[in-house]
Design a protein around this ligand. Structure first.
Ligand SMILES: [Zn+2]
Length: 275
C-alpha cells in the first residue's frame, strides 16, 4: 500500500495489473544453473527473456489470471483503468490482452473486471489479483470494507495477492486502509513516507519541506502547484490538506482526543490516596 496524493498511483497500479495479466507474476520455483525465462514460451512474441542466476526465484504467468480492480465509484476506477487501456493500446500487450466493452479479456479465459460499491455482483469469485484503490474511503457504512475482505478470501483460495493504494486516512473513520496499516499480519508489505515530525504543516516553509520529502522521486509533480492547492484547502479543512498533500495521518473534526495528546501522555505511576 502506498499512501500519497498526486504521485501517480493510478498508472503505477495499472502496470501491476498488466504484469499480473500477462507477465511472470507467479512464483515458479528456484532457478538452477542455465535456466531462463522466455516470453515466447507463453505466447508472447515480444522477444523478451531473462537468464536466471542459480537460486533466483523463477516466475511464470498465471494459468488463468482473474483480476479485479476495486474503487469507490466508476469515475474512480478510471484512474487506473484508463492508463491500463492506454498501455494495452500503445504497446505490444494488445496481442494478449483484449479490451472489451465492460472488461478486459486475458489469455485462457482470464479477465480484468471492475468492482465498485454500486456493482458488487462480481464478488465471491476466486481471483488471482486485486487492486483496491483509495482504501481510506472503504468502511463498514459503505460496505466497501466487506468488499475488500471478501476479495481477500477469494485471493486466499487461489494463492493470489492484493495491492491497496490509499491517501492518508482519517483515523476517526476506521477505514480499510487504517486496518491494513495497523494489522499485526506479517505478510503485508507497507510503504509509507512519513514526513519528519518536527516540521509543522501550518508553517509555509516547513510545508514546502514536507512536500519535497513526500514527493521525492515523483519528478512530474509540480511543488508550486501542490503548495497552491494545499494552501487553499488549509483555509477550509486543514486536517484534510495535511492528510492528502502532507501525507500525515491526522484526524478531522469530531475526534474524541486532540491530535497527539494520547501519544504525548506519559504512562507514569500514580498513587491512589484514600479520601
Ligand atoms: Zn513478451
Amino acid at each position: 500500500m502506498i499512501p500519497t496524493g498526486n504521485s501517480g498511483k493510478g498508472p503505477w497500479a495499472a502496470s501491476g495489473i498488466a504484469l499480473e495479466a500477462a507477465g511472470p507474476a507467479l512464483f515458479a520455483g528456484w532457478a538452477k544453473s542455465g535456466e531462463a525465462y522466455d516470453c515466447a514460451e507463453f505466447g508472447c512474441d515480444c522477444g523478451w527473456g531473462w537468464d536466471y542466476e542459480p537460486g533466483e526465484p523463477k516466475g511464470m504467468p498465471w494459468p488463468t489470471p482473474l483480476i479485479q480492480l476495486t474503487a469507490y465509484s466508476d469515475e474512480q476506477t478510471a484512474n487506473t483503468y484508463r492508463p491500463l487501456q492506454s498501455m494495452i493500446r500503445n504497446g505490444r500487450l494488445g496481442e494478449l490482452l483484449k479490451i472489451r466493452e465492460n472488461f478486459i479479456r486475458l489469455p485462457n479465459e482470464g479477465k480484468v473486471e471492475t468492482v465498485t460499491s454500486s456493482a458488487m455482483s462480481r464478488l465471491g469469485n476466486p481471483i488471482s489479483y486485486a487492486v483496491q484503490d483509495e482504501t481510506q474511503l472503504y468502511n463498514d457504512r459503505n460496505k466497501l470494507h466487506y468488499v475488500a475482505q471478501t476479495q481477500r478470501r477469494g485471493l486466499a483460495g487461489m494463492g493470489g495477492r492484493a495491492l491497496e493504494t490509499t491517501n492518508c486516512w482519517n483515523p476517526a473513520e476506521n477505514s480499510t486502509a487504517q486496518k491494513t496499516f495497523e494489522s499485526p499480519s506479517r505478510d503485508i508489505f507497507r510503504f509509507y513516507r512519513k514526513p519528519p515530525a518536527h516540521l509543522s504543516y501550518k508553517n509555509k516553509a516547513d510545508r514546502r519541506q514536507i512536500h519535497r520529502y513526500v514527493y521525492q522521486g515523483s519528478w512530474w509533480v509540480d511543488l508550486d502547484a501542490i503548495e497552491a492547492e494545499a494552501a487553499e484547502l488549509m483555509e477550509s479543512d486543514p486536517a484534510q490538506a495535511e492528510r492528502f498533500y502532507g501525507n500525515r495521518i491526522v484526524q478531522g473534526s469530531g475526534a474524541w482526543l486532540p491530535d497527539g495528546l494520547w501519544d504525548s501522555a506519559e504512562a507514569g505511576s500514580r498513587e491512589l490516596v484514600p479520601a
